[in-house]
Design a binder for this molecule. Structure first.
Ligand code: SDX
Length: 392
């Protein structure tokens, strides 16, 4: 319309929507889902409860939670032909690429979930993706490990069922480890939503064209894969391993992180919104100590992580840029302790963020948000005439 355009690369100062789902205060390090403090939810809630809370806005009654779980379990199977698509990937394919592809492929096997407009049809698509995504995640891991692809157990809880699909022995034996289950449940809650982050904004903008829920989630998985976003949890462990292999000299790596000519960044540090401690990082750091102690694991990269954090919190470069540990800095240490390989760390972030993506997509559709279509400041060539190739 020729109106005034305000340039805002990375949308650092742009509010893309009104939302009632998650509240962040970056200065105070506050995070709330539907008004509930993350510290309370991480301590007292279960992941499936938090999924319901984020998507529908209220903590479920027991009857509502049981029905939600039953509806999800009824959709927790994946067409056997999807295994053929999975077979087509090389074993070494990164699980995030596989998962983004398989999530899109789900549309082919669930055509009714493509264009949903009514709340009822949205609910059907929502319980389908909540039921099938854990299966796809577990199968992607099992395929990499050369293990049989199968299901968990109908009597298990949502997270326990996922753990069984991931870790049950080829014989089918599986025993719930309460420490592992509690730790993963807490981690998934802490990752469940985070207002208009990169991957959630991706889900909203893809969904704003009325593309279906599954492909919107697939796009979110792709965005989350980036090392500046969810991919950071894998990059943190790789960085800590590199520091350990290099002799554990954290000062050398701090200098690299501050050197403008060195592309090295302290992965797991910094945040667009939090200019104080990421409240999730505080909870995860404590959980890492607890889980390693309860499982009797000594992991010296935790010691390196703590040394790095201590240095960064005292370093003027980091202090003046308000760079603190974020959600990705300690989470990988817990995933490792739970027996989850580093390539599966970002898929675990996706599993946690799934309800947040769903809630934000649903809110966007129910609010009848317009299709996302930003403008630009054009800095290219002025009008010029075509020249035939002889004259170029
Ligand atoms: C997540 O948005 C969300 O909510 C995301 C998330 C969620 O739940 O969805 O919280 C999950 O993605 C957490 C972030 C995970 N990423 C990383 O840990 C990667 C390392 N961090 C950075 O790349 C960076 O801090 C970002 C991407 C997180 C934030 O980038 P910004 O807001 O665009 O900030 P910036 O890159 O402009 O940095 C500001 C300054 C720069 O220095 P100057 O140019 O001002 O001199 O801080 C420096 C940067 O060089 N800086 C870092 C740094 N992060 C920023 N220097 C060294 N190491 C770092 N990690």
């Amino acid at each position: 319309t020729g109106g005034v355009v305000t340039l805002d690369p990375g949308y650092k100062n742009t509010g893309a929507c009104e939302s009632a789902i998650t509240f962040l205060d970056g200065e105070k390090g506050v995070l709330r889902y539907r008004g509930y403090a993350i510290e309370e939810l991480a301590e007292k809630a279960h992941f499936l409860e938090v999924c319901y809370l984020l998507i529908f806005g209220e903590l479920p009654t027991e009857v509502q939670l049981n029905k939600f779980h039953e509806d999800i379990k009824a959709q927790s199977h994946v067409d056997e032909d999807v295994k053929r698509i999975l077979d087509g990937f090389p074993k070494a394919a990164h699980p995030m690429g596989v998962l983004s592809s398989l999530t899109s492929a789900l549309v082919a096997f669930n055509p009714s979930s493509v264009n949903v407009d009514s709340e009822e049809d949205m609910y059907k698509a929502i319980v389908k993706i909540l039921g099938k995504f854990p299966v796809l995640t577990a199968w992607t891991y099992r395929k990499r490990m050369g293990l049989p692809l199968d299901y968990g157990g109908d009597t298990l809880g949502y997270v326990d069922n996922f753990l069984k699909m991931m870790f049950k022995k080829p014989s089918g034996d599986y025993t719930t480890n309460e420490i592992v289950l509690k730790a993963l449940d807490k981690l998934l809650i802490l990752h469940a939503d985070h207002e208009q982050n990169c991957s959630t904004s991706t889900v909203r903008i893809v969904g704003s064209s009325h593309a279906g829920l599954f492909v919107s989630i697939s796009a979110g998985i792709a965005a989350l894969w980036g090392p500046l976003h969810g991919g950071a949890n894998q990059a943190v462990i790789e960085m800590l391993e590199e520091i350990k292999a290099d002799g554990g000299d954290t000062k050398k790596f701090m200098a690299k992180a501050k050197d403008k000519n060195d592309p090295f960044r302290l992965m797991g540090f910094g945040h667009r919104v939090y200019k104080n401690f990421d409240p999730r990082a505080k909870i995860i750091k404590k959980a890492a100590d607890d889980v390693l102690e309860n499982l009797g694991i000594q992991d010296d990269i935790l010691d390196i992580a703590k040394a790095l954090e201590k240095e960064a919190l005292e370093d003027p470069y980091f202090v003046e840029r308000k760079l603190y540990p974020n959600v990705d800095f300690y989470s990988g240490i817990i995933y490792r302790a739970l027996g989850i390989p580093v390539e599966m760390f970002t898929p675990m972030f996706a599993l946690g963020r799934l309800p947040g993506w769903i809630a934000q997509w649903r809110e966007m559709r129910l609010n009848k948000e317009p299709i996302g279509r930003p403008r630009q400041i054009y800095i290219g060539e002025k009008l010029r005439e075509f020249k035939t190739v002889e004259k170029r």
